[in-house]
Design a protein around this ligand. Sequence first.
Ligand code: ATR
Length: 501
Amino acid sequence: MICVSLGRTRHKMMIAEHQQLAQKGAQLVELRLDWLGNPPDLGRLLKDKPTPVVITCRRSQDKGLWKFGEDQRQTLLRSAIVAGVDYVDLEEDIAGTIRRYGSTKRIISYHNFDETPANLAEIHQRLASRDPDVVKLVTTAKVPEDNIRLLEVVKNAKVPTVGFCMGDLGVWSRILCRKYGAPFTYATFSAQRTMAPGQLTFEETRDVFHFDQINAETQVFGVVADPVAHSLSPLIHNAAFLAQGVNAVYLPFRIPRERFEHSLKALEALDIRGYSVTLPHKVAALELAQTKISPTAEIGALNTLFRGAAGEWCGANTDCDAALASLRLSFDPAGDPLHPQTDPLNGKRVLILGAGGVSRAIATGLIRAGAAVTITNRTKSKAADLAQSLGCVLAGWENRGAVGTDILINCTSVGMHPKVDETPFQQHWLDEAMTVFDTVYTPERTLLIAQARERGCKVVTGVDMFVRQAARQYEYFTGRSAPVEVMRDTLKKAISVVKVT
Ligand code: ATR
């Protein structure tokens, strides 16, 4: 179950919003009485309540907004119990002064906005001794491992315990607590009005992470990155799991660069089955992979870690596979894009714009496929280093329009949202015989893609590649063939409505 936290300053709005949440399917709503501008009128709020409620009224010392007296607050909580509300939230220190009565369940809560203390088990024990129906233990993650310690307490608890970490290092624990037995989690009614750092919305919790379907057997996957908040990978992997009825969840793990090795080791305790790996960890993750799927080692960076038959970490670079497959299909729609009998890329001239990690991955694959690759980049030294290490041709950035090529690939970030009116390659340099591939996928129709279409070029978009790299990861993760169309539709819908940065 998801408890949706609702805070508004006016009674009228809180009641209206509560009705809307019920219509959207909310099953439990926390009314944050401290948000109200006037003294709360419980009778009005509860009169036609459309869902079960948790009544919570936080003091300023607990980062709440309550501005009236403490006596008044406790009277309000007692009145809520007398009125027979479903749950009342009592902070640890007042739990002893507010008596159990009737059918109202007691949530005994502890919040720590500064850290995740070392003595979590002791704190939990204290809360459990205050006559709870549910213990709520919420701390702040300062490092990713804090989540693991907290989930351990949830797992070992004898009393139903809602426990997770706040902050952007803790987002995933809000979902994963379900696997360890938390009866519910908290989500906000509105992305603009979060009640606590790192809170997800009701819709994200329900429709992206499918919180209510998580159980002890759910397998866990995720993306490790920093930052991770804007990653679209959770959306498409979770949609794929749902479409195929796979009992798995895919989470966003924000892991700071300097903690990568340590955090991944610590996460072993949670038996994570696979990761998508992205900036800034693509090179560091290579060290972790005991088995490297070719040509991951040559590329020197990976974007996928998954468990091999013996439980070892295997590393793969699905960006490379995905780019080559997308290109091959544009030449030979009926061919096998991963293992072609005769490779349509063999002998093709390719001009790659950019000299970062994506350029390296795609260029390595193309050279192996027998293409003649030329690299050009705004910063010449980086292009020169890459061209030298791969043994391919270097072109000056200012001369890029004059390089004769069959395939043009943009591996720079030029044209990406929000600077959608930029292109790395002028339209009059394009020739209708060229295939133009843009790895940027936000938006799908970049200026380069639009101008190439106008010229009559064949085009391959970043959406093709993004979906294929995710689909290939999904195959490594699950051993099944991926529901590519579901993944594509989900991604397209997301990038058409979400502002991706
Ligand atoms: P990735 O791993 O996605 O390849 P990266 O390593 O940061 O990311 O590489 C980004 C690429 O985009 C680089 O080649 C970068 O050029 P520089 O090496 O000169 O920085 C290129 N890039 C970014 N902004 C650019 C711009 N405005 N014009 C041209 N190239 C740009």
